[in-house]
Design a protein around this ligand. Structure first.
Ligand SMILES: *[C@@H]1O[C@H](CO)[C@@H](O)[C@H](O)[C@H]1NC(C)=O
Ligand SMILES: *[C@@H]1O[C@H](CO)[C@@H](O)[C@H](O)[C@H]1NC(C)=O
Ligand SMILES: *[C@@H]1O[C@H](CO)[C@@H](O)[C@H](O)[C@H]1NC(C)=O
Length: 315
């Protein structure tokens, strides 16, 4: 049994065991549009912390509520949060810490020792009124480490977390990137692919927010966004390189069941978009209950609100 020094690993860890859960005084943030961030790779994974940093810098009110451990593949399953019997992800939380807690110096960064669904529920139901002044305007999950394309969306905790947000009445977008591997936020460096994914995700979120669409996304639906590899030496060396393409989760053998765009009423599959040479990111509209493709009218609403950022695949 390893006894953790109180200041083990990352800075800010020292007092985490003595955390006063929901009673802490919230840090004052500018009021405005608020984001809840979650994921399935864990609260200390680099991608979600990069998104937290970028979204905060961009002026959003941001709250992070994500699992204390890697919970990849837990889909929409839920468990009761429990105190930590072992140190949390990358030694970011001492063993013996409470079921929920926040970063010592930033009380907008929370872990929940349960599944992604539970972290989203806790963020919306137990934290957002204190830390965001009300329900979040939009939930962003991920960017997941690894793609979530097609049938994999059924098992993805990142897609599960976004779906849970929609079930709680909050619009949500799941992001995933094929690049990189799971690592601690303490390894983030300038120019990191995690920052590129984060900035690209905010480009999409900004486009949706600025569209003035109300509701932001059609009722009962969420977006599933997938990125190819990013970073120096790839086609996506900067966030501006991403070209977003409306897609579908599942193939329907070319049947014209979709909204008409790019000269066709059969949307490309998300796999084919991400697999296209260049830097193409897929944007699929899916039903949060079934995680199957949403219908034509929901696709149309998203096409309208994201018209400024959506493009077509090369023919
Ligand atoms: C808490 O946040 C600070 C920055 O606000 C960071 O330096 C520290 O590493 C974080 N610790 C954890 C465990 O998240
Ligand atoms: C996270 O969990 C998934 C699924 O169990 C596993 O494939 C992956 O390797 C894990 N990642 C790390 C860094 O442990
Ligand atoms: C979170 O909020 C829900 C709904 O209000 C409540 O039932 C639950 O007890 C709260 N959980 C905690 C840990 O405070």
């Amino acid at each position: 049994m390893v006894v953790l020094s109180p200041c083990f690993a990352a800075a800010g860890l020292c007092v985490l065991s003595a955390v006063e859960t929901v009673t802490a005084t919230p840090v004052a943030r500018q009021s405005g549009f608020s984001l809840l961030l979650s994921n399935d790779d864990g609260w200390a994974e680099a991608n979600i912390r990069a998104l937290y940093e970028e979204a905060t810098t961009a002026g959003y009110e941001v709250l992070l509520s994500a699992p204390a451990e890697n919970q990849s593949g837990t889909g929409s399953t839920s468990v009761e949060p429990t105190p930590l019997t072992e140190p949390g992800e990358f030694d970011s939380i001492p063993a013996g810490s409470p079921a929920e807690g926040h970063n010592t110096t930033d009380d907008h960064i929370w872990y929940v020792n349960a599944h992604p669904v539970d972290a989203v529920q806790y963020g919306v139901q137990n934290l957002s009124s204190t830390y965001l002044g009300g329900a979040p305007s939009l939930i962003l999950t991920g960017p997941n480490v690894g793609s979530n394309l097609g049938i994999v969306t059924q098992f993805s905790g990142t897609v599960g977390a976004a779906s849970e947000g929609v079930k709680l009445g909050i619009p949500a977008i799941a992001f995933s990137g094929s690049g990189g591997s799971e690592r601690s936020y303490t390894e983030l460096a300038a120019g990191d692919y995690s920052f590129i994914y984060a900035q690209a995700s905010l480009r999409l979120a900004d486009a949706l927010v600025n569209s003035g669409a109300s509701p932001l996304l059609p009722s009962g639906t969420a977006l599933n966004v997938n990125y190819p590899d990013a970073g120096a030496g790839t086609d996506c060396a900067s966030a501006d390189d991403f070209k977003f393409v409306l897609s579908r989760v599942y193939s329907v053998l070319g049947l014209p069941v979709d909204v008409t765009t790019c000269g066709s009423s059969s949307l490309p599959t998300e796999s084919s978009v991400v697999g296209t040479d260049g830097c193409y990111a897929s944007v699929s509209v899916f039903n949060a209950d079934s995680k199957l493709d949403a219908g034509k009218s929901a696709q149309q609403a998203v096409l309208d609100s994201l018209s400024g950022i959506l493009t077509c695949l090369p023919s």
